[in-house]
Design a protein around this ligand. Sequence first.
Ligand code: CA2
Length: 143
Amino acid sequence: MKLFVLNGPNLNLLGTREPETYGTATLADMQDALCALFPEVDFRFVQSNHEGRLIDALHEAAREGAAGVAFNPGAFTHTSVALRDAVAAIDVPVIEVHLSNVHAREPFRHRSMIAAVSAGQIVGLGAKGYELAVRYFLDAAGA
Ligand code: CA2
């Protein structure tokens, strides 16, 4: 089964700053952990600070017949109609993942452009959120 794990702007900095909010694991640590936990999954990992690259990755997920996308759009979550349109346009379920509990933070983080077009949303569980999204996709496929 092929799954995409997409991470948006600034998430390349994970593990280097703001550990009280985002933890101490780096993005590479999180990706390695997913590969170790789910050797049966063919992962495609994309991190980009550019909205257009994330849109392209969502299109790639559809073109390549991915079974799902675990997507942390970072701050674009709260602003991007273009990402929302891309999620809505593809025939692949997307789970929105946030490391922090966005609902317990500043009011501008409470609104998600992505949530209404996603299969679900996981917030506040740190890196475990990506793992739970993968488990959901595996269960949904009966794997
Ligand atoms: O909680 C999340 O996963 C967020 O998507 C993270 C975004 C934030 O804008 C969203 O509201 C919630 C920010 C990612 C910034 O990542 C950093 C990681 C380490 C150091 C600095 C920033």
